[in-house]
Design a protein around this ligand. Structure first.
Ligand code: GLV
Length: 321
């Protein structure tokens, strides 16, 4: 039997690539950039299975353009977020889509906390000052930040990652946790679900956005929601850039209407607006949420295991469409 053809769109952990090569006729793409529409179209017609990731855009138009030439039957996405894939259009064309939940929950929650602490305690600003040789020494009133322990933590989107951020806040930092979630949600630790997004924005000292991306959450945090925050409030986004109106956030930061922001994600990655980079009161990370050796290996394994399940005729465990 001829082996099925698999495209892995980036270099992922070597042990996962080795397993893929043992089972499939595997090509690993050399480029570190996302695939453009022409490349996605070519891949959909040339491979039986694709292991793509963020930056590879699979749109309804591209599936339609592949038409009768569509060969691909499964997209084993590397990442929990799959807003770069039109999963409904994929299903309509008989393409199974899977993702990698759970294995990255802790790593991503840890990045949320890296941003909370770094922003509250002005770690980015301080580090830049030390590296620039501009530190004048300890001063009772120099570089004062915001206390974290005991404050109110507001979570927007109480899914797996939101709960992991909240758990750390409750157990580790004695925080009062409030949250906004579209559906009613029970937690196994103390946390209060508030009626509206703006209730959470205004109650919290620290707001952390952990919703999925995609059409339903695009622009969820707009000028209105940001205006509801306390002037001392700190805003953190570890979900997707499009969830936040970036120009509105930049204005709120630049005008001092909120105290700071910690961001891991941006509207047009890898583009980060100059106006944001110029601000001292924000900490900017390059989408590091799941970026640990262990987590990225587990994500690769899960993505491949889903493709193997499809190959064996089983329902892939992390199927999303
Ligand atoms: C990363 O952002 C992911 O969705 O896994």
């Amino acid at each position: 039997m001829t082996q099925k053809k698999l495209l892995i769109t980036r270099h992922i952990a070597e042990p996962v690539i080795e397993q893929a090569r043992a089972r499939f006729d595997t090509v690993v793409r050399e480029s570190g950039d996302g695939m453009d529409e022409a490349e996605v179209l070519a891949a959909l017609t040339a491979y039986d299975a694709i292991l793509p990731t963020l930056g590879d855009r699979f749109t309804a138009e591209t599936f339609a353009r592949a038409g009768a030439g569509l060969r691909c039957k499964v997209l084993g996405n590397f990442g929990v977020g799959y807003n770069h894939i039109d999963a409904a259009a994929a299903a309509a064309h008989g393409v199974v889509v899977t993702n990698t939940p759970d294995v990255l929950t802790d790593a991503t929650a840890d990045i949320g906390w890296t941003l909370i602490l770094a922003t509250a305690r002005r770690a980015g600003e301080g580090e830049r000052m030390v590296r620039a040789g501009q530190w004048g020494g300890f001063g009772p009133k120099s570089m004062l930040g915001t206390h974290v322990t005991g404050k109110t933590l507001g979570i927007v989107g109480m899914g797996r990652i939101g709960q992991a951020v909240a758990r750390r806040g409750h157990f580790g930092f004695g925080m009062d946790v409030v949250f906004y979630n579209r559906s009613a949600k029970q937690t196994d630790f103390p946390a209060r679900q508030l009626a509206s997004l703006n209730d959470v924005m205004s109650a919290a000292d620290f707001v952390v956005v952990t919703t999925p991306g995609g059409k339903e959450t695009t622009g969820l945090i707009g000028a209105d929601a940001l205006a509801a925050m306390k002037p001392s409030g700190i805003f953190v986004n570890i979900s997707r850039g499009e969830v936040v109106d970036e120009p509105a956030l930049i204005s709120a930061l630049a005008e001092g209407r909120i105290a700071g922001a910690g961001l891991d994600v941006y509207e047009k990655e890898p583009h980060v607006p100059e106006a944001l980079r110029a601000l001292e009161n924000c900490v900017l990370l390059p989408h590091l949420g799941s970026a640990t050796v262990e987590t990225r290996q587990a994500m690769g394994q899960m993505a491949l295991d889903n493709i193997i399940a499809w190959d064996e005729g089983r329902d892939p465990p992390q199927r999303v469409n």
